[in-house]
Write a protein that binds this ligand. Structure first.
Ligand SMILES: NC(=O)c1ccc[n+]([C@@H]2O[C@H](COP(=O)([O-])OP(=O)(O)OC[C@H]3O[C@@H](n4cnc5c(N)ncnc54)[C@H](OP(=O)(O)O)[C@@H]3O)[C@@H](O)[C@H]2O)c1
Length: 328
Protein backbone atom coordinates (compact mmCIF):
# COMPACT_ATOMS: atom_id res chain seq x y z
CA UNK A 1 0.00 0.00 0.00
CA UNK A 2 0.93 3.68 -0.20
CA UNK A 3 0.93 6.28 2.57
CA UNK A 4 2.16 9.78 3.22
CA UNK A 5 5.38 9.45 5.20
CA UNK A 6 7.40 12.15 6.94
CA UNK A 7 11.02 11.88 5.72
CA UNK A 8 12.38 13.98 8.57
CA UNK A 9 10.55 16.66 10.56
CA UNK A 10 10.23 19.91 8.65
CA UNK A 11 8.16 21.91 6.18
CA UNK A 12 5.35 20.63 3.95
CA UNK A 13 7.94 19.19 1.52
CA UNK A 14 8.72 16.56 4.19
CA UNK A 15 5.45 14.79 3.21
CA UNK A 16 5.95 12.07 0.59
CA UNK A 17 3.55 9.53 -1.00
CA UNK A 18 5.55 6.34 -0.47
CA UNK A 19 5.11 2.58 -0.76
CA UNK A 20 4.91 1.13 2.78
CA UNK A 21 4.20 -2.31 4.33
CA UNK A 22 0.59 -3.56 4.18
CA UNK A 23 -1.57 -3.35 7.33
CA UNK A 24 -3.57 -6.17 8.97
CA UNK A 25 -6.39 -5.60 11.47
CA UNK A 26 -5.71 -6.78 15.03
CA UNK A 27 -8.35 -8.21 17.41
CA UNK A 28 -11.23 -5.76 17.83
CA UNK A 29 -10.13 -3.77 14.78
CA UNK A 30 -11.21 -3.48 11.17
CA UNK A 31 -9.08 -2.60 8.16
CA UNK A 32 -10.58 0.31 6.23
CA UNK A 33 -9.76 0.96 2.58
CA UNK A 34 -9.52 4.73 2.81
CA UNK A 35 -11.52 6.91 0.40
CA UNK A 36 -10.44 10.20 1.99
CA UNK A 37 -8.81 11.75 5.02
CA UNK A 38 -8.79 15.36 6.24
CA UNK A 39 -6.16 17.77 7.51
CA UNK A 40 -6.00 18.89 11.13
CA UNK A 41 -3.77 21.51 12.74
CA UNK A 42 -2.22 18.68 14.77
CA UNK A 43 -0.92 17.15 11.51
CA UNK A 44 1.19 20.27 10.95
CA UNK A 45 2.73 19.84 14.41
CA UNK A 46 3.36 16.12 13.79
CA UNK A 47 5.07 16.98 10.48
CA UNK A 48 7.33 19.45 12.32
CA UNK A 49 8.25 16.79 14.90
CA UNK A 50 6.34 18.36 17.83
CA UNK A 51 3.43 15.93 18.15
CA UNK A 52 4.56 12.29 17.94
CA UNK A 53 1.90 9.57 17.61
CA UNK A 54 0.85 8.00 20.93
CA UNK A 55 2.20 4.48 21.65
CA UNK A 56 0.68 1.85 19.34
CA UNK A 57 -0.67 4.38 16.82
CA UNK A 58 0.30 4.47 13.15
CA UNK A 59 3.34 6.61 12.40
CA UNK A 60 1.65 8.13 9.33
CA UNK A 61 -0.31 11.36 9.84
CA UNK A 62 -4.11 11.53 9.69
CA UNK A 63 -6.54 11.73 12.62
CA UNK A 64 -9.65 10.82 10.65
CA UNK A 65 -10.71 8.98 7.52
CA UNK A 66 -13.64 7.66 5.53
CA UNK A 67 -13.81 4.55 3.38
CA UNK A 68 -15.05 0.96 3.12
CA UNK A 69 -14.32 -1.91 5.46
CA UNK A 70 -11.88 -4.27 3.71
CA UNK A 71 -11.24 -6.85 6.48
CA UNK A 72 -12.58 -7.70 9.93
CA UNK A 73 -10.18 -8.50 12.79
CA UNK A 74 -10.85 -11.26 15.33
CA UNK A 75 -13.89 -10.75 17.54
CA UNK A 76 -15.48 -7.95 15.50
CA UNK A 77 -19.28 -8.10 15.35
CA UNK A 78 -21.86 -5.68 13.98
CA UNK A 79 -19.79 -4.55 10.98
CA UNK A 80 -19.34 -6.19 7.55
CA UNK A 81 -16.81 -6.03 4.73
CA UNK A 82 -17.96 -3.32 2.30
CA UNK A 83 -19.68 -1.12 4.94
CA UNK A 84 -19.16 2.60 4.28
CA UNK A 85 -17.67 4.12 7.41
CA UNK A 86 -15.75 7.04 8.83
CA UNK A 87 -13.44 6.93 11.82
CA UNK A 88 -11.64 8.87 14.49
CA UNK A 89 -7.95 7.86 14.42
CA UNK A 90 -4.85 8.28 16.55
CA UNK A 91 -2.93 8.37 13.24
CA UNK A 92 -2.63 6.70 9.85
CA UNK A 93 -5.43 8.39 7.88
CA UNK A 94 -3.07 9.61 5.12
CA UNK A 95 -2.81 6.06 3.74
CA UNK A 96 -4.64 3.67 1.41
CA UNK A 97 -5.52 1.39 4.35
CA UNK A 98 -5.84 2.07 8.06
CA UNK A 99 -6.52 -0.15 11.09
CA UNK A 100 -9.39 1.15 13.23
CA UNK A 101 -10.55 -0.06 16.68
CA UNK A 102 -14.30 -0.64 16.31
CA UNK A 103 -15.07 1.83 19.11
CA UNK A 104 -13.78 4.61 16.85
CA UNK A 105 -15.81 3.57 13.82
CA UNK A 106 -19.02 5.28 12.68
CA UNK A 107 -21.35 4.73 9.74
CA UNK A 108 -21.30 7.47 7.10
CA UNK A 109 -24.25 9.68 8.11
CA UNK A 110 -27.25 9.76 5.76
CA UNK A 111 -27.02 12.47 3.13
CA UNK A 112 -23.22 12.75 3.20
CA UNK A 113 -21.02 11.31 0.46
CA UNK A 114 -18.11 9.04 1.28
CA UNK A 115 -15.36 11.60 0.56
CA UNK A 116 -17.07 14.44 2.49
CA UNK A 117 -17.51 12.11 5.46
CA UNK A 118 -13.74 12.30 6.09
CA UNK A 119 -14.28 15.90 7.24
CA UNK A 120 -16.53 14.91 10.15
CA UNK A 121 -15.02 12.60 12.81
CA UNK A 122 -12.39 14.87 14.36
CA UNK A 123 -14.46 18.06 14.51
CA UNK A 124 -17.67 16.29 15.59
CA UNK A 125 -15.87 14.38 18.36
CA UNK A 126 -13.86 17.39 19.55
CA UNK A 127 -16.79 19.80 19.59
CA UNK A 128 -19.30 17.37 21.08
CA UNK A 129 -16.94 16.17 23.82
CA UNK A 130 -15.81 19.66 24.86
CA UNK A 131 -18.82 21.88 24.34
CA UNK A 132 -21.47 19.41 25.44
CA UNK A 133 -19.82 16.66 27.57
CA UNK A 134 -17.36 18.97 29.42
CA UNK A 135 -18.98 22.43 29.31
CA UNK A 136 -22.62 21.25 29.13
CA UNK A 137 -23.83 24.04 26.83
CA UNK A 138 -27.61 24.23 27.19
CA UNK A 139 -30.41 25.68 25.04
CA UNK A 140 -30.74 29.43 25.59
CA UNK A 141 -27.17 29.84 26.85
CA UNK A 142 -24.56 31.96 25.10
CA UNK A 143 -21.48 30.49 23.48
CA UNK A 144 -18.22 31.96 22.15
CA UNK A 145 -16.05 29.96 19.74
CA UNK A 146 -12.77 31.45 18.56
CA UNK A 147 -11.68 30.86 14.97
CA UNK A 148 -15.26 30.37 13.76
CA UNK A 149 -14.20 29.62 10.17
CA UNK A 150 -11.82 26.81 11.18
CA UNK A 151 -12.71 23.15 10.87
CA UNK A 152 -13.57 23.14 14.57
CA UNK A 153 -15.32 26.53 14.44
CA UNK A 154 -17.64 25.66 11.55
CA UNK A 155 -18.82 22.52 13.39
CA UNK A 156 -19.10 24.33 16.75
CA UNK A 157 -21.27 27.10 15.31
CA UNK A 158 -23.64 24.62 13.65
CA UNK A 159 -23.99 22.35 16.69
CA UNK A 160 -24.48 25.24 19.11
CA UNK A 161 -27.12 26.66 16.75
CA UNK A 162 -28.88 23.30 16.56
CA UNK A 163 -29.22 23.17 20.37
CA UNK A 164 -30.54 26.73 20.50
CA UNK A 165 -27.59 28.70 21.90
CA UNK A 166 -26.75 32.34 21.15
CA UNK A 167 -23.44 32.26 19.28
CA UNK A 168 -20.50 34.66 19.34
CA UNK A 169 -17.44 33.96 17.22
CA UNK A 170 -14.14 35.50 16.16
CA UNK A 171 -12.41 35.36 12.78
CA UNK A 172 -9.78 37.33 10.91
CA UNK A 173 -11.48 38.56 7.71
CA UNK A 174 -14.79 39.94 6.43
CA UNK A 175 -15.30 36.89 4.19
CA UNK A 176 -14.80 34.51 7.11
CA UNK A 177 -17.10 36.54 9.37
CA UNK A 178 -19.82 36.43 6.69
CA UNK A 179 -19.49 32.64 6.39
CA UNK A 180 -19.74 32.29 10.18
CA UNK A 181 -22.99 34.28 10.13
CA UNK A 182 -24.39 32.08 7.33
CA UNK A 183 -23.61 29.01 9.47
CA UNK A 184 -25.54 30.47 12.40
CA UNK A 185 -23.30 32.86 14.35
CA UNK A 186 -25.36 35.68 15.86
CA UNK A 187 -22.39 37.98 16.50
CA UNK A 188 -19.18 37.64 14.44
CA UNK A 189 -16.22 39.70 15.64
CA UNK A 190 -13.06 40.50 13.66
CA UNK A 191 -10.32 39.77 16.19
CA UNK A 192 -7.86 41.88 14.21
CA UNK A 193 -9.64 45.19 14.79
CA UNK A 194 -12.14 44.69 17.61
CA UNK A 195 -11.84 43.69 21.29
CA UNK A 196 -14.07 40.63 21.67
CA UNK A 197 -14.44 41.16 25.46
CA UNK A 198 -15.84 44.68 25.00
CA UNK A 199 -18.17 43.56 22.20
CA UNK A 200 -19.52 40.62 24.23
CA UNK A 201 -20.08 42.90 27.24
CA UNK A 202 -21.99 45.30 25.00
CA UNK A 203 -24.09 42.56 23.36
CA UNK A 204 -24.94 40.76 26.63
CA UNK A 205 -25.61 43.83 28.78
CA UNK A 206 -22.44 43.08 30.76
CA UNK A 207 -23.46 39.49 31.57
CA UNK A 208 -20.82 37.69 29.47
CA UNK A 209 -21.00 34.27 27.79
CA UNK A 210 -21.79 30.93 29.43
CA UNK A 211 -19.32 28.79 27.47
CA UNK A 212 -16.10 29.57 25.58
CA UNK A 213 -14.35 27.11 23.23
CA UNK A 214 -10.80 28.41 22.85
CA UNK A 215 -8.02 27.61 20.37
CA UNK A 216 -5.54 30.29 21.48
CA UNK A 217 -4.47 29.23 24.98
CA UNK A 218 -2.18 31.67 26.82
CA UNK A 219 -2.79 34.68 24.61
CA UNK A 220 -6.54 34.71 25.29
CA UNK A 221 -6.70 33.22 28.82
CA UNK A 222 -7.24 36.47 30.74
CA UNK A 223 -9.66 37.86 28.15
CA UNK A 224 -11.63 34.60 27.94
CA UNK A 225 -12.09 34.56 31.72
CA UNK A 226 -13.12 38.22 31.57
CA UNK A 227 -15.70 37.37 28.89
CA UNK A 228 -17.25 34.55 30.98
CA UNK A 229 -20.59 34.95 32.72
CA UNK A 230 -21.30 33.86 36.29
CA UNK A 231 -21.11 30.03 36.32
CA UNK A 232 -19.29 30.23 32.97
CA UNK A 233 -17.17 27.40 31.52
CA UNK A 234 -14.01 27.93 29.45
CA UNK A 235 -12.63 24.93 27.57
CA UNK A 236 -9.20 25.27 25.98
CA UNK A 237 -8.45 22.90 23.09
CA UNK A 238 -5.64 24.70 21.27
CA UNK A 239 -2.45 26.53 22.20
CA UNK A 240 -1.97 28.60 19.04
CA UNK A 241 -1.23 31.61 21.28
CA UNK A 242 1.13 29.83 23.68
CA UNK A 243 0.93 27.52 26.70
CA UNK A 244 1.94 29.61 29.75
CA UNK A 245 -0.09 32.50 31.14
CA UNK A 246 -1.10 34.09 34.42
CA UNK A 247 -4.61 33.44 35.69
CA UNK A 248 -6.40 35.75 38.15
CA UNK A 249 -8.08 33.12 40.37
CA UNK A 250 -10.21 35.79 42.03
CA UNK A 251 -11.98 36.32 38.71
CA UNK A 252 -12.86 32.63 38.59
CA UNK A 253 -13.86 32.63 42.24
CA UNK A 254 -16.26 35.56 42.06
CA UNK A 255 -17.81 34.21 38.86
CA UNK A 256 -17.88 30.62 40.18
CA UNK A 257 -16.40 29.80 36.79
CA UNK A 258 -14.45 26.78 35.53
CA UNK A 259 -11.48 26.37 33.20
CA UNK A 260 -10.84 23.02 31.52
CA UNK A 261 -8.41 21.89 28.83
CA UNK A 262 -8.52 18.65 26.88
CA UNK A 263 -6.92 16.78 24.03
CA UNK A 264 -8.46 13.87 22.18
CA UNK A 265 -5.71 11.93 20.44
CA UNK A 266 -3.95 10.32 23.41
CA UNK A 267 -7.07 9.25 25.31
CA UNK A 268 -7.69 5.57 26.08
CA UNK A 269 -9.90 3.63 23.69
CA UNK A 270 -12.74 3.46 26.26
CA UNK A 271 -12.96 7.27 26.45
CA UNK A 272 -12.78 7.69 22.69
CA UNK A 273 -15.44 5.01 22.26
CA UNK A 274 -17.76 6.87 24.68
CA UNK A 275 -17.25 10.09 22.73
CA UNK A 276 -17.83 8.37 19.38
CA UNK A 277 -21.02 6.75 20.76
CA UNK A 278 -22.25 10.18 21.90
CA UNK A 279 -21.45 11.67 18.48
CA UNK A 280 -23.46 8.90 16.77
CA UNK A 281 -26.36 9.47 19.15
CA UNK A 282 -26.46 13.28 19.10
CA UNK A 283 -24.63 14.63 16.04
CA UNK A 284 -25.38 12.05 13.32
CA UNK A 285 -29.18 12.64 13.45
CA UNK A 286 -28.61 16.41 13.04
CA UNK A 287 -26.46 15.71 9.97
CA UNK A 288 -29.01 13.26 8.54
CA UNK A 289 -31.70 15.93 9.04
CA UNK A 290 -29.58 18.47 7.11
CA UNK A 291 -29.25 20.79 10.13
CA UNK A 292 -25.49 20.29 10.39
CA UNK A 293 -23.25 19.85 7.33
CA UNK A 294 -19.61 18.97 6.73
CA UNK A 295 -17.99 22.24 5.63
CA UNK A 296 -15.35 21.34 3.06
CA UNK A 297 -13.10 24.11 1.73
CA UNK A 298 -11.68 21.86 -1.00
CA UNK A 299 -10.77 18.28 -1.87
CA UNK A 300 -7.19 17.65 -3.02
CA UNK A 301 -5.52 14.40 -4.10
CA UNK A 302 -3.61 12.90 -1.16
CA UNK A 303 -0.36 13.15 -3.13
CA UNK A 304 -0.83 16.95 -2.74
CA UNK A 305 -0.83 16.74 1.07
CA UNK A 306 2.05 19.24 1.15
CA UNK A 307 -0.11 21.83 -0.65
CA UNK A 308 -2.95 21.15 1.81
CA UNK A 309 -0.59 21.82 4.72
CA UNK A 310 0.56 25.09 3.10
CA UNK A 311 -3.06 26.24 2.77
CA UNK A 312 -3.84 25.41 6.41
CA UNK A 313 -0.67 27.18 7.56
CA UNK A 314 -1.63 30.29 5.55
CA UNK A 315 -5.18 29.99 6.99
CA UNK A 316 -6.85 30.91 3.71
CA UNK A 317 -9.34 28.04 4.07
CA UNK A 318 -12.86 27.91 5.53
CA UNK A 319 -13.83 24.60 7.13
CA UNK A 320 -11.93 21.41 6.34
CA UNK A 321 -9.39 20.46 3.68
CA UNK A 322 -10.03 16.89 2.51
CA UNK A 323 -7.44 14.60 0.87
CA UNK A 324 -8.86 12.00 -1.51
CA UNK A 325 -7.13 8.69 -2.18
CA UNK A 326 -6.32 7.78 -5.79
CA UNK A 327 -9.00 5.58 -7.42
CA UNK A 328 -7.45 2.28 -8.46
N1 LIG B 1 -7.68 19.44 21.88
C1 LIG B 1 -8.21 18.74 20.91
O1 LIG B 1 -8.64 17.61 21.10
C2 LIG B 1 -8.30 19.34 19.55
C3 LIG B 1 -8.85 18.61 18.48
C4 LIG B 1 -8.96 19.24 17.22
C5 LIG B 1 -8.50 20.54 17.07
N2 LIG B 1 -7.94 21.20 18.13
C6 LIG B 1 -7.46 22.59 18.02
O2 LIG B 1 -8.54 23.38 17.58
C7 LIG B 1 -8.03 24.47 16.80
C8 LIG B 1 -8.71 24.48 15.45
O3 LIG B 1 -8.29 23.33 14.74
P1 LIG B 1 -8.58 23.19 13.17
O4 LIG B 1 -7.99 21.90 12.73
O5 LIG B 1 -10.01 23.48 12.94
O6 LIG B 1 -7.62 24.34 12.62
P2 LIG B 1 -7.73 25.43 11.50
O7 LIG B 1 -8.84 25.14 10.55
O8 LIG B 1 -6.37 25.61 10.96
O9 LIG B 1 -8.09 26.75 12.33
C9 LIG B 1 -7.22 27.58 13.02
C10 LIG B 1 -8.02 28.84 13.34
O10 LIG B 1 -7.31 29.68 14.24
C11 LIG B 1 -7.82 30.98 14.01
N3 LIG B 1 -7.03 32.03 14.64
C12 LIG B 1 -5.75 32.36 14.40
N4 LIG B 1 -5.40 33.42 15.18
C13 LIG B 1 -6.50 33.76 15.90
C14 LIG B 1 -6.78 34.76 16.87
N5 LIG B 1 -5.84 35.64 17.29
N6 LIG B 1 -8.03 34.81 17.40
C15 LIG B 1 -8.99 33.91 17.03
N7 LIG B 1 -8.78 32.96 16.11
C16 LIG B 1 -7.55 32.88 15.56
C17 LIG B 1 -7.81 31.07 12.50
O11 LIG B 1 -8.67 32.12 12.13
P3 LIG B 1 -8.33 33.13 10.89
O12 LIG B 1 -8.00 32.23 9.72
O13 LIG B 1 -9.58 33.89 10.74
O14 LIG B 1 -7.15 33.94 11.32
C18 LIG B 1 -8.35 29.69 12.12
O15 LIG B 1 -9.75 29.73 12.00
C19 LIG B 1 -6.52 24.27 16.71
O16 LIG B 1 -5.91 25.05 17.70
C20 LIG B 1 -6.35 22.79 17.00
O17 LIG B 1 -5.08 22.48 17.50
C21 LIG B 1 -7.84 20.61 19.35
Amino acid sequence: MYAITIDSPGGPEALRWTEVPDEEPGPGEVLVEVAATAVNRADLMQRQGFYPPPPGASEYPGLEASGRIAKLGAGVAGWAVGDEVCALLAGGGYAQYVRVPVGQLMPVPDGVDLVEAAALPEVAATVWSNVFMVAHLRPGESFLVHGGSSGIGTMAIQLAKAVGARIFTTAGSAEKLARCRELGADVAINYRDEDFVARIAEETGGAGVDVVLDNMGAKYLARNVEALAVNGRLVIIGLQGGRKAELDLNQLLVKRAAVAATSLRGRPLAEKSAIVAAVREHVWPLIAAGRVRPIVDRVLPVAEAAEAHRILEASTHIGKIVLAMPKE
